[in-house]
Ligand binder design. Structure first.
Ligand code: ACO
Length: 320
């Protein structure tokens, strides 16, 4: 058996922040942000949280799939911006949707989180361990951002996307995934410092730190490489692929991947103009939009590819 996506959902905060709005917060402008990243606006959480957006996306995905939450046997939430160290976000979702029979845990792989979650579910389903899963990518990146750092605060946004996945005869075909901890320092966000009665430490909130150019170079090199590795591994030709659904970090990264692969830009759908980089949420939000617009038909072959902090990256080939 293999993992098949049978329903999708997404949820973003109501509050919209345009590039123009940001130019009143830091020294930046729409021209710089648009030309360097493609981003025009992003959603920023106020009332919303990682749990509330996860629950809202999950309910929509369950409805789209026609799945009774009690039939779920697994919930994974991919996030690097949870509301709590514990309980994990997935247990909060389990409680909110009434998925009383599911085991629930979070997975941390930054912007590759949804993809790594999908591959984890695939492994469980292939092994016959679980049959019906809910996978969510959810982030409140706005709470990790240094709002005085114009180099990073313009890039990210908040949101959540979800997919109901079930074990079927057809669905995921294969995947590749990689990590390189040696390059980890180019993109970081520190958690709490060690602090106790023996070694007290003043806690100060830390924020996202990013060296933009090494991250850019990593993405434009590794994404085409891993997609090629996946095509070769599965004996699939580029012509068979209808869409490449890439992590929505930056339109220049996506354009460059298309160019390096000699594939038309139309095969690389994007919505980052409206949401910025929502980390683990970006692939499932885009997938949900494509699903609801009727862009995906049964039997279509698509490749999902995630890349981000860790460094982590990978790709999955699916039949819709
Ligand atoms: N507005 C105006 N000017 C700015 C801004 C801004 N928001 N940010 C930086 N600048 C300035 C810099 O200070 C610098 O000025 P200087 O030349 O006077 O020093 C100049 O613009 C150029 O800065 P660079 O950092 O060299 O700009 P670059 O062309 O590399 O673009 C960017 C920066 C957009 C971050 C690019 O490196 C990039 O896209 N990197 C990949 C980032 C990314 O996508 N990360 C996430 C992927 S992984 C994940 O999702 C977790």
């Amino acid at each position: 058996m293999t993992a098949r996506i049978v329903g999708t959902g997404s949820s973003v905060p109501v509050h919209k922040v345009t590039n123009e709005d940001l130019s009143r917060v830091v020294e930046t402008n729409d021209e710089w942000i648009s030309s360097r990243t493609g981003i025009k606006e992003r959603r920023i959480a106020g009332e919303e949280s990682t749990v509330s957006m996860s629950v809202s996306a999950a309910k929509k995905a369950l409805e789209d799939a026609g799945t009774d939450p009690q039939d779920l046997d697994l919930i994974i939430v991919a996030t690097c911006s949870p509301d709590y160290f514990f309980p994990n976000t997935a247990c909060c979702v389990q409680e909110a949707v009434g998925a009383v029979n599911a085991v629930a845990f979070d997975l941390s792989a930054a912007c590759s989180g949804f993809l790594f979650g999908l591959n984890t579910i695939q492994a469980y389903m292939k092994a016959g361990i679980y049959k019906k899963a809910l996978l969510i990518g959810a982030e409140t990146m706005s709470k990790l951002i240094d709002w005085e750092d114009r180099g990073t605060c313009v890039l990210f946004g908040d949101g959540a996307g979800a997919a109901v996945i079930q074990a079927e005869e057809t669905g995921m075909i294969d995947m590749v995934q990689y990590s390189d901890g040696q390059q980890g320092p180019v993109l970081t966000c520190k958690a709490r410092e060690t602090s106790n009665f023996l070694f007290p430490n003043e806690q100060k909130a830390d924020h996202i730190y990013m060296e933009g150019q090494p991250v850019f170079k990593f993405a434009v090199k590794k994404v085409p490489e891993c997609i090629k590795a996946l095509l070769d591994k599965t004996g699939t030709s580029k012509e068979e692929i209808k869409y490449y659904v890439l992590h929505q970090a930056n339109s220049r990264i996506i354009d460059s991947v298309a160019k390096r692969m000699k594939e038309p830009e139309e095969k690389f759908p994007m919505n980052l103009h409206f949401y910025g980089n929502t980390s683990a949420a970006s692939i499932p939000i885009l997938l949900d939009e494509m699903n609801r617009k009727g862009m995906l038909e049964k039997g279509d072959k698509i490749i999902l590819s995630g890349f981000g902090a860790g460094l982590t990256w990978g790709a999955s080939l699916l039949e819709w």
